[in-house]
Design a protein around this ligand. Structure first.
Ligand SMILES: *Cc1c(COP(=O)(O)O)cnc(C)c1O
Length: 404
């Protein structure tokens, strides 16, 4: 296990057959520069102590682990939440954004470019850009711009430029296409700060490393609270960064079941979900190899999820490897199960979860019902403030809430 992080990824950025760097030659040069810089800078005392300081004083880390007493009493089992919703800006994404922006500063970059789905990564990166005094350009699908309006406003207030992606389904995949194009125009003074453990090497590795703090903290906190390790660790999987963040701390503990939850959407038909590992097969997207939802021609297939942060047809290469090795189990939760969990946690615990995180919670609630002796640690990847208007407009009535 000690060796795991040294050999994954390998020198060329592969996690077994997944990952790598499938990019045009001019981008390959830049990726190699970033890789070299990351290896030397991230090990320096200066970088580590600056990042540690930022996490403590700016982000508000460590975030707590919380025992859901009322929910657990009702379901059986013991459900604990790692409260990444309490991380500054309301989700785990700031963990890698501050790391990426700090690296950009050391590299002398002037501008950060990124895509965003639910707007969480855009807000987190715009926050990091403001902190370091860098320019910031966020690409976002037109559909998501409407759906996630409050986050669009936040990005603009933070000083970022929001660029709409107007092709295709106008959601996350198109936003990544658009941001890639912008980055290709000027890879020397700008840097692409990818929003998950996806993209060409070194991004899946860097983002994972910056997210490891979640698992390191959670393991220590859980043991301090209970004197044991959790029986199950559950996280939602879009690209897979919050899941890698928490899973990495437990990979060597074979008694902990690690479970990634994908969005099963409104049906199992193509275009109605984004359950990549469940239904996909290996292919290449956005410069890396992974499980991929693809059409007959091998092109990335249209995807859908009620949670904008999960609707991506690919998934992190490390998850693809961990799926094949069997160390992590992957399952899915439907839109409806996600909504049930969203309202249940709000009413029973006073915590409104992000729709993304509610997928993980939905599966945790199932496990708790099935086995009342199990403990379940859920990565509560973000808070649901961004989702409340959308949920109320479309589903408030179903849950008996007066929507007028
Ligand atoms: C973006 C996002 C996700 C999905 O991204 P991962 O890389 O799979 O973690 C999950 N939860 C929240 C709150 C998000 O903002």
């Amino acid at each position: 296990m000690d060796n795991y992080f040294k050999i994954n990824p390998d020198q060329k950025g592969f996690f077994n057959e997944y990952g790598g760097m499938f990019v045009p030659p001019e981008l390959e040069v830049e990726m190699e520069k970033i890789t070299d810089a990351y290896y030397s800078i991230s090990k320096s005392h200066e970088f580590i102590s600056e990042l540690r300081d930022i996490r403590k004083h700016f982000q508000g880390r460590p975030t707590p682990v919380y025992f859901c007493k009322r929910l657990s009493n009702e379901l059986g089992g013991r459900i604990y939440l790692k409260r990444e919703d309490l991380n500054h800006t309301g989700a785990h994404k700031l963990n890698h954004c501050m790391g990426e922006a700090l690296l950009a500063k050391y590299l002398g970059k002037k501008k950060l470019i990124a895509e965003t789905g639910a707007g969480q990564h855009g807000v987190a990166l715009a926050t990091a850009a403001a902190y370091f005094g860098l320019e910031c350009e966020i690409h976002m699908g037109e559909v998501d711009i409407v759906k996630e309006h409050p986050n669009v406003v936040r990005m603009k207030i933070l000083g970022a430029k929001v660029v709409p992606a107007t092709h295709g389904l106008k959601t996350l995949k198109e936003a990544v296409d658009s941001a890639f194009q912008a980055y290709l125009q000027d890879p020397v003074t700008t840097i692409y700060c990818i929003g998950s453990v996806v993209g060409p090497h070194p991004f899946p590795m860097m983002v994972r490393d910056f997210q490891r703090v979640v698992g390191i903290e959670a393991k220590e906190q859980f043991q301090e609270m209970t004197g044991e390790l959790p029986d199950n660790v559950v996280a939602c999987v879009g690209g897979g960064s919050n899941a890698m963040g928490i899973f990495t701390a437990f990979l060597g503990d074979s008694e902990c079941r690690l479970i990634g939850v994908e969005p099963a959407g409104r049906s199992f038909k193509p275009g109605d979900h984004a359950a990549t590992i469940t239904y996909g097969k290996p292919g290449i997207i956005h410069g890396f190899r992974c499980y991929l939802l693809q059409d007959d021609k091998g092109e990335p297939a249209p995807v859908y999820s009620i949670a904008s942060g999960l609707d991506y047809p690919g998934v992190g290469p490390e998850h693809s490897m961990l799926k094949d090795s069997g160390r992590v189990e992957y399952t899915s939760a439907t839109d409806r199960e996600c909504l049930d969990a969203f309202f249940e946690l709000s009413k029973k615990e006073g915590i409104i979860p992000a729709l993304e995180s509610a997928h993980a919670l939905a599966h945790a609630m199932k496990l708790a019902k099935e086995n009342s002796r199990q403990s379940i640690l859920v990565n509560m990847s973000g808070r649901g403030d961004k989702d409340i208007d959308f949920v109320m407009e479309h589903y408030g009535k179903d849950y008996g809430i007066d929507t007028d």
